[in-house]
Write a protein that binds this ligand. Sequence first.
Ligand SMILES: [Zn+2]
Length: 280
Amino acid sequence: MTNKWKQGVAALLFAATLAACSPQNQGPKLFVMDCGSLTLKNIAGFGLTNDDTPVRTLFVPCYLIQHKGKSMLWEAGLPLDFVGAGKVDLAALPGAYVEYAVSLVDQLAGVDITPADVDYIALSHLHFDHIGAANLFAGATWLVQRSEHEVAFGERANPAFVPQYYSALEAAETQVLDGDHDVFGDGKVRLISLPGHTPGHMALALDMQETGKLVLSGDLYHFKRSRELKSVPVFNHDVEDTHSSMDKLETLLAETGASLWIEHDMELARTLKKAPDFYQ
Ligand SMILES: [Zn+2]
């Protein structure tokens, strides 16, 4: 090889290395964390009969998204009081219990992140199994739909919400949203407004370099069977809005070719890479 050629090859390698390291060329990273499980005796409340599916245990996830040097927590899991307490019966749901082995905080520490490092917090909605550690993230900017925010606190709080676990967010820097929102401004991490389960319920749409397009469902569907039957839980805020949101999401999935992860799907969750491993 002539010197000129060597220089040319070296320059190419250098350019390739630069491109690989360049933040513009990197999509989001997604860490999946196990923030507990919820086991039910009776699933009639989900608009299904007990014969529709044998599934009784729901996975409770938390996710950390890193992109453009910033991070966002999506979902805050079960309340941290349950960590290490074994099977804890839920008084409000006869025959139901929760389990939560390793706290979200310890799982974040496994990827060298503390709650104070997190820039944004977004929750699909404010039910108790999505907000458990939220109070620790009051230093982050809270991304929340106006309709959810309006019934989050005080006398107007939705009776299905448990504000004690997210009360600190009332003082957090808050970005109130009216519909879909592009978190990092490049279309790679988008909050999708899907009201119905609660007034301001959302899903999260990701566009990753290797994994491709992926939507995290929130609670639009709890079971695979819910999606097949378009079943609406009896505790949903609005049936019509839920159906419109199902149509909106199914259209988005069909148009973009994105995969859907039903967040509570335990069978799926067992197959997923967990933090510190990640998707990108
Ligand atoms: Zn819910």
